[in-house]
Design a protein around this ligand. Structure first.
Ligand SMILES: CC(C)(COP(=O)(O)OP(=O)(O)OC[C@H]1O[C@@H](n2cnc3c(N)ncnc32)[C@H](O)[C@@H]1OP(=O)(O)O)[C@@H](O)C(=O)NCCC(=O)NCCS
Length: 333
């Protein structure tokens, strides 16, 4: 009997501070109307100073561990996805390991931006299916709010992003129930790096931190929104179809689709391209904005807890982001 990886616990955490579009109107030339029309976002969460993405990760991980009835001593591997780690190095994996009081287990950092959760899931899935580890913590967390350009120059980015974290516990299932991760498909095209990136700091510059980079806004993330939009609308449906085809399934077999919450218009376009009814598509961007790697596990947790996802459901995850990277995962819940 082949081993499948099942998600036995899930949790998410967002910081309590709500930042509405009206709050942002006070900081830059924008409007609630513009933001809602272009992205569907009404509000997002921002951390208070001093709170890092590892703190959000730990809060989400504790909930996932409790859901899986796993004690810190049970976790035998950590995979932490983020583009906003507490430090340049080391990554968040070891910080999460220490803050949770886990044993001296391996801690891997994944840096695939908005695809971070699915990429991390793919790694955890391999370890579990090969029998290497029995309880893997996969956690995705972001603090974007601390490094956005809240002037008019950076308003396209600043209104979109929010802070949050989501986590799952992965375990083997050899019962033959059919439950678990059916497949993960990962893609990239690095020709588009400058379309969505934070160019500096870069060790290519010596010294790395130069005054002019500050004044030029190079330490802020920036993007070519239109190109990102266009590619996201194309690549996410392709990734979902690759997963369905691999499993001999069709779009009608999909019960729930969770696209990365990049922009509500993108999620609608993805639904349209796949010809999947919108009520099968989980969308919560209006409350959280784009939380990058954390958006899928946050939405997944909400959909599980509010009863939209039932045992036996076929759940599709798909993401697109900086790199470009894009991905899909199919899970029999
Ligand atoms: C950013 C995005 C919402 C912009 O929407 P858009 O439909 O391309 O924007 P439009 O062409 O209608 O408008 C652009 C104009 O709005 C302005 N604008 C940008 N941000 C603004 C804001 N927050 N408030 C008001 N105006 C804004 C621009 O300066 C530009 O003005 P100009 O025409 O005078 O030069 C959209 O491109 C997008 O969502 N892209 C994908 C982003 C994404 O998902 N990134 C993460 C991927 S993981």
């Amino acid at each position: 009997m082949s081993i499948k990886t099942v998600i036995t616990g899930i949790g998410h955490f967002v910081p309590p501070k709500v930042v509405t579009n009206f709050d942002l109107e006070k900081r830059m030339t924008t409007s609630d109307e513009w933001i809602q029309q272009r992205s569907g976002i009404k509000e997002r969460r921002h951390v208070e100073p001093g709170v890092g993405s590892s703190d959000l990760a730990v809060a989400a991980a504790r909930l996932a561990m409790s859901d899986a009835k796993a004690d810190p001593g049970d976790i035998d591997f950590v995979i932490a996805a983020t583009l906003s780690p507490d430090h340049y190095f080391p990554g968040n994996g070891v910080i999460v390991q220490a803050k949770l009081g886990l044993g001296p287990v391996g801690a891997l950092d994944v840096r695939d931006q908005c695809c971070g959760f699915i990429y991390a899931l793919s790694v955890g899935d391999q370890y579990v299916r090969t029998g290497t580890y029995k309880k893997v913590l996969v956690v995705a967390s972001e603090v974007q709010s601390a490094n956005l350009d809240y002037s008019d120059r950076g308003r396209d980015m600043a209104v979109l992003f929010g802070d949050g974290a989501g986590a799952v516990i992965l375990e083997p299932d050899a019962s033959g129930s059919g439950r678990g991760i059916l497949s993960v498909h990962l893609f990239s095209d690095g020709r588009f790096v400058p379309d969505l990136w934070m160019e500096k700091p870069s060790p290519k510059d010596n010294p790395t931190f130069q005054e002019r980079f500050f004044s030029e806004g190079k330490f802020f993330p920036c993007m070519d929104g239109k190109n990102v939009f266009k590619n996201a609308c194309q690549r996410m449906p392709e990734a979902v179809m690759a997963g369905l085809k691999h499993n001999g399934l069709g779009i009608e077999d999909l019960d729930v689709l969770i696209p990365h919450q990049a922009n509500d218009r993108i999620s609608q376009m993805v639904a349209r391209a796949l010809k999947i009814p919108e009520d099968k598509v989980v969308r919560n961007i209006h409350r959280y904005g784009n939380t990058t790697s954390a958006s899928i596990p946050i939405a997944l947790d909400e959909a599980v807890k509010d009863g939209r996802i039932h045992p036996g459901h076929l759940v599709g995850l798909t993401a697109f982001g900086s790199g470009y990277t894009w991905a899909s995962a199919l899970i029999r819940w």
